[in-house]
Design a binder for this molecule. Structure first.
Ligand SMILES: [Zn+2]
Length: 349
């Protein structure tokens, strides 16, 4: 077995591989987070070169598969088989609804306290087969499965670590919700009851390079209070108690964004559900056990309405996504503002 070691590289291109690989190369060692370009992946497939990442790569070129018999039994259990089949069904839904293109999007399910079944990298979600699935631990190390796991699994894992109720994560690029994500805006609330109950306030996370640990961490401040996050200049991510339900949230948010766009073309302002009725919807949501920052925070307005009447987009406003200011912090801000106002008045005299 001949290994090539590219663990220092962040991005692996076909040119990198062509330069490093010999005719007898059978293994490529990569860092946990290295991004492999599609053409590089094709090169690896054609040459039948196995990829080993992170701790597995660091151990040695001769490292054995990470799965113990117990993990292998879990990966091949009837429960895991059902999850794999559900992931395939959801993958086809995503593709048929045009929420993913090319090899885009990824799906995962937490099957054990430290084990997650996920989709492989560089596979169309329409073409997924149960035997394509991978299993990783919460650090992203691949435990089982013949294909390399999705490079976006790190974001899924941050969600599982942050939210104990999250059992499934779906990431995709639906056009209407992504249109909001690329304009740095979110849809206003209190327009359609179903959206209020299943999504409510959607969050917008900052942009980072996909596949990196930095990107994975961008969602951490939001996922406790939001089951759906718009990813700036990228797409969306949803979590739920099942893979099917996480995909439902993608459908609800994208249809909502689409409907608002259609309504905007009618030339009449969008009407809103009143705050009193919005409270009823929030009560239903609480009963269903769905997260919403408005459950806990009384100072948070139930309805985020646009500044410009009739607009279908608003600036994302923080509500339960960051710690509230303490009394002394508020006092020092008030003092600083007062000092500035007094100084400005004195300067005018
Ligand atoms: Zn993506």
């Amino acid at each position: 077995m001949k290994s090539i070691d590219l663990t220092k590289e962040k991005v692996i291109t076909q040119a990198d591989l062509a330069a490093a690989a010999q005719a007898d190369t059978t293994e490529l060692l990569l860092s946990e987070t290295a991004v492999v370009t599609p053409s590089a992946f094709e090169f690896l497939e054609q040459r039948k070169i196995t990829v080993r990442r992170g701790a597995v790569a660091a151990k040695s070129a001769a490292a054995s598969p990470a799965a113990t018999p117990a993990l292998q039994a879990l990966f091949n259990s009837p429960e895991a088989q059902a999850v794999k089949e559900e992931i395939c069904a959801v993958g086809r839904k995503l593709w048929l609804r045009q929420y993913v293109d090319g090899n885009g999007g990824n799906i995962s399910y937490r099957i054990g306290p430290n084990e997650v079944i996920c989709t492989p990298t560089l596979t169309s979600k329409y073409d997924l087969r149960p035997e394509d699935m991978c299993m990783v631990d919460l650090t992203g190390k691949q435990l089982a499965g013949g294909k390399p796991r999705t490079s976006e699994i790190l974001m899924h894992l941050e969600i599982y670590k942050e939210v104990s109720e999250a059992k499934a994560v779906v990431h995709c690029h639906p056009a209407h919700a992504t249109a909001y994500a690329i304009t740095g805006r979110i849809p206003p609330n209190c327009v359609i009851p179903e959206y209020e109950v299943f999504i409510g306030k959607v969050a917008l996370s900052p942009y980072e390079t996909p596949g990196t640990p930095e990107f994975a961490r961008t969602v951490i401040p939001f996922v406790k209070h939001h089951n759906t996050v718009l990813l700036s200049n990228h797409g969306i991510v949803c979590w739920g108690d099942t893979v099917t339900h996480a995909e439902w949230y993608a459908e609800v948010v994208d249809t909502y964004c689409w409907t608002l766009m259609l309504a905007a073309q009618l030339g009449s302002p969008v009407t809103h559900i009143g705050s009193d009725k919005a409270g009823d919807l929030l009560a239903i949501k609480k009963k269903l056990g769905l997260p919403d920052p408005r459950h806990e925070l009384t100072e948070c307005a139930l309805c985020d309405l646009p500044d410009i009447p009739g607009s279908i987009a608003i600036q994302p406003r923080t509500c339960g996504d960051s710690p509230s200011l303490t009394a002394s912090e508020i006092e020092s801000i008030v003092q600083a503002v007062t000092d500035r106002v007094v100084a400005a008045l004195n300067a005018k005299k």
